[in-house]
Design a binder for this molecule. Structure first.
Ligand SMILES: *Cc1c(COP(=O)(O)O)cnc(C)c1O
Length: 398
């Protein structure tokens, strides 16, 4: 029973005014987009209501109980990404790298063994070598092109095989179904970093992947203004992905969630345009005397072009190339004065980026030389080619 209400004071004190002012819930307009959730706390009507909502939450219904759990905007993004990637459900993380570590931690425990592609995103390698190792999880790196021969590396305690295909600097395409089959026969989970193709161009779950890492910082958000990651799980792997995320207190920020929902609306057209421009530039680079090899899976000359044709529905706008016997001065002359390409890490935004990289490899030394990676944006493709051409003129003058 509620105690009888005291008559309200004629003038609420300043502190009460401050707590209650400007909170009148307006009739919610039927807007196109969801309102932004800014919340730590979710209020309940009564103890019974709180208890009922908590029970629904415990049954895995998408009810909000606290700012970190199931706020409508986060759920909208997670469900949209799960659908696009073809998984059961998804959780958001505060960065792509947090999604990488979260995905791995949901599949291994102390005493387990992880097989990791030697072409992985570098910070993922550091996570394995410097964090997992401290918790008794051993990592073995494998040649990304190993295919079904990965069977020779499986141990009784191998609990997860991690793939990144194509890898984001060297662009090897992995035989996902072959690796997944071996892993599943041994009872191991298959994790794939699907940053490059996204669910637009790769049906990872259809090829046997159990957990998809999606660094949505790249194509989903697409505007170089948000850091966010998602982990998408198959139904069998959903409980552990969700629990790892919750227990580690991971959640994408409100602005990042909003920006990603907004960015996603144009992801299909952005990727189509960037894909077409990137392929055109890759073909042009192949004709340049300064260029040794262009690493782009959609080129027939790519060593795993057939695998890419078999498994992928398209190519995104990121690829790399190596220069013939180039000095550091020549490399700088080429890169430093590019007008359309920003020099920076990351990729997948609307703007073109360039980066020089010499890949880290521990299984067998990298043979492909100094690489230049391009992320092709939405600029006019002829302007981009002219910019690169001027770079070659500078390079040749040194
Ligand atoms: C960028 C990237 C990540 C990490 O994403 P962040 O949001 O920058 O932490 C993970 N994997 C790949 C392949 C990436 O390119």
């Amino acid at each position: 029973m509620k105690p009888p209400a005291k008559p309200p004071p004629k003038r609420p004190s300043k502190s009460t005014q401050l707590a209650h002012a400007a909170r009148a819930a307006s009739e919610s307009p039927r807007t196109v987009n969801l309102p932004t959730d800014r919340a730590s706390t979710v209020l309940f009507d009564s103890l019974a209501h709180m208890d009922a909502e908590q029970q629904r939450f415990n049954r895995d219904e998408q009810v909000p109980t606290y700012g970190i759990f199931n706020m409508p905007q986060a759920v909208a993004l997670e469900n949209a990404v799960a659908e696009l990637e073809g998984g059961y459900r998804a959780m958001s993380f505060p960065s792509g790298m947090a999604a990488v570590s979260g995905a791995i931690l949901s599949c291994v425990i102390s005493g387990d063994h992880l097989l990791m592609t030697d072409a992985c995103y570098d910070p993922a390698r550091h996570f394995c070598d410097r964090v997992l190792s401290r918790f008794g999880v051993e990592t073995t790196y494998y040649d990304p092109t190993i295919g079904a021969d990965i069977a020779s590396l499986m141990r009784p305690n191998t609990k997860a095989v991690y793939l990144e295909s194509p890898s984001s600097i060297t662009f090897e395409v992995q035989d996902i179904p072959a690796i997944a089959q071996v892993a599943h026969e041994a009872g191991a989970s298959v994790i794939l970093d699907n940053a490059w193709a996204t669910g637009m161009y790769l049906d990872a779950f259809g090829l046997g992947v159990d957990v998809v890492v999606q660094p949505a910082t790249k194509y989903y958000a697409g505007h170089a203004d948000a850091l966010i990651g998602l982990v998408v799980a198959r139904e069998s792997h959903w409980p552990r992905v969700k629990q790892t995320n919750y227990h580690m207190g991971q959640r994408a920020g409100t602005d990042e969630t909003f920006l990603t929902l907004r960015g996603m609306r144009t992801m299909s057209v952005r990727m189509q345009q960037q894909s077409a421009s990137a392929l055109r530039i890759a073909e042009w680079l192949q004709s340049r005397p300064e260029v040794e090899v262009v690493n782009h899976p959609a080129l027939p000359s790519h060593p795993q072009h057939a695998l890419w044709m078999r498994d992928f529905k398209g190519a995104s706008g990121v690829f790399s190339f190596s220069l013939r016997s180039v000095t550091q001065t020549q490399l700088a002359a080429f890169i430093d004065h590019l007008q359309c390409f920003g020099l920076g890490y990351s990729w997948g935004g609307f703007e073109s980026l360039v980066m020089a990289s010499y890949p880290t490899r521990t299984v067998k030394p990298w043979q492909g030389g100094q690489l230049v990676r391009l992320s092709i944006g939405l600029e006019d493709v002829e302007d981009l080619i002219a910019d690169l051409e001027a770079g070659f003129v500078r390079l040749n003058g040194r």
